[in-house]
Design a protein around this ligand. Structure first.
Ligand code: 5AD
Ligand code: SF4
Length: 419
């Protein structure tokens, strides 16, 4: 989501203000830090990074802080770092061309509806395009700061989405990544009350775009994974069979404390239903260990779900208390040592599972969209089910979908030959 916001700002600045990107800070006229606030660490890094940039930058260069930390710290950022020129919240990044012209500009209004803005093409991306389908979040997970920084959920009208994807496909884009905090809640709220749609309907309509070959989305919420959604995911040939389903905790009691709205059994059942229909599906997840009320037994439930579902990728986090979230008022029963130990256990278990899975890919074939070359000159792409695959090839296969037979495996990527 943040990457897409950065791309939108870049597109806005390059089309309207003639900016070009540079990787050299000391050459830049404008430096924008787009920030995350979902855990504490990135927030604390912000001010040290700002200090470094302020020393390296050209005397005349301006600095802006955007994104979720901008939303929640607002003018506090300029108070602490007076050389910052402007602050734009995650929901306000479309005002970037205005912000750069006004020293001290601050806008962090989370009620702002920027749905007319969201489709700025970004010409550096040739084969893949990120497309926002909704902004904000209407859930109230007790650990999460996002609803405070990105505001309530609004779906973007289907016609705008279809139109943007059709244009992208005509210009050579073959894969889209649909973005939203809860993509499968798409269609619940539009700014115009007369519009009606659903995520399944949106997927069906997008897949009718002839030149578009692949559809991915991030992230669905387990609560909204009804049978209709799972059926569409399984049957629709253009939808890549790689899905991120954020578990957070395997304990029904902790899930309740987190206000996630589903149980351990529901989560396992949804994953089993998908796997029954699609044996080659790859499922990734997010896990938070050491939520304030997490007992040893609760943690063992998380381990149990990991053993049962056998995730292909886990993004694991230690719980991080965020300001003004409901969980931040809970007294924690977990020490930092226990938290680190639990995190380590999840990492170890997952490593063992992954090593077995990667080894089992030898001699199997996958459809791969090659999108770039690495520094060794190998073509790099992703299979439909989300493996990163490297391949040596004499012919140019960039932008093409090819069948690849796996010859070697590593923990994070595979190697193979194009047949
Ligand atoms: N502490 C730790 N992890 C968090 N996440 C969100 N809020 C917190 C928090 N307070 C994680 C969740 C979410 C992912 C994007 O970040 O797992 O799915
Ligand atoms: Fe945060 Fe929950 Fe919304 Fe995800 S669904 S953004 S975790 S509040």
């Amino acid at each position: 989501m943040n990457e897409k916001d950065s791309e939108n700002m870049t597109a806005e600045l390059s089309t309207k203000e003639n900016y070009k990107t540079t990787s050299a800070i000391n050459e830049a006229d404008l430096i924008i830090l787009n920030t995350c606030s979902v855990r504490e660490k990135p927030v604390s890094k912000l001010f040290s990074r700002l200090g470094t940039i302020n020393k390296q930058k050209k005397h005349t260069a301006r600095i802006g802080v955007c994104g979720c930390t901008a939303s929640h710290l607002s003018e506090e950022i300029i108070k602490r770092a007076p050389y910052v020129d402007f602050v734009l919240g995650a929901r306000n990044v479309s005002k970037i061309t205005k912000a750069i012209k006004q020293k001290g500009f601050v806008d962090v209004d989370i009620n702002y509806d920027e749905t007319t803005y969201l489709f700025k093409g970004f010409e550096n991306q040739t084969y893949k395009r990120k497309i926002n389908i909704s902004i904000g979040c209407d859930k109230s997970c007790t650990f999460c700061i996002v609803p405070n920084t990105r505001g309530t959920e609004i779906s973007i009208p289907k016609e705008l989405i279809i139109n943007e994807i059709s244009k992208a496909a005509d210009s050579g884009v073959v894969e889209v990544l649909l973005l939203g905090q809860n993509v499968n809640n798409y269609g619940k709220t539009f700014s115009n009350k007369n519009i009606k749609s659903s995520f399944v309907q949106l997927l069906r309509d997008i897949s009718k775009i002839d030149k578009l070959k692949r559809i991915r989305f991030a992230s669905p919420h387990p609560l909204h994974m009804d049978d209709e959604f799972i059926d569409e995911f399984s049957k629709n040939k253009k939808i890549c069979k790689n899905i991120h389903i954020p578990l957070q905790s395997g304990s029904t009691k902790v899930l309740q404390d987190m206000r996630r709205g589903y149980t351990k059994q529901w989560f396992i059942n949804r994953c089993e239903r998908i796997k029954e229909k699609l044996p080659n599906v790859r499922i990734s997840t997010d896990i938070i260990v050491a939520f304030p009320t997490e007992t040893q037994k609760d943690f063992e439930d998380t381990i149990d779900v990991i053993k049962k579902v056998q995730f292909d990728q886990i993004f694991n986090f230690k719980y991080s208390s965020r300001p003004n979230t409901q969980a931040s008022f809970l007294k924690t029963i977990v020490t930092d040592d226990i938290a680190s130990n639990r995190l380590e256990q999840v990492i170890q278990l997952h490593k063992e599972q992954i090593d077995k899975k990667m080894a089992s890919t030898i001699d199997k074939s996958y459809e791969v969209l090659f999108e770039q070359k690495n520094k060794n000159g190998d073509f790099v792409g992703f299979s439909d089910n989300g493996y990163q695959i490297h391949s040596k090839n004499t012919k140019d296969i960039l932008g093409k979908i090819k069948e690849v037979k796996i010859t070697n495996f590593h923990r994070t990527y595979l190697e193979g030959l194009v047949s």
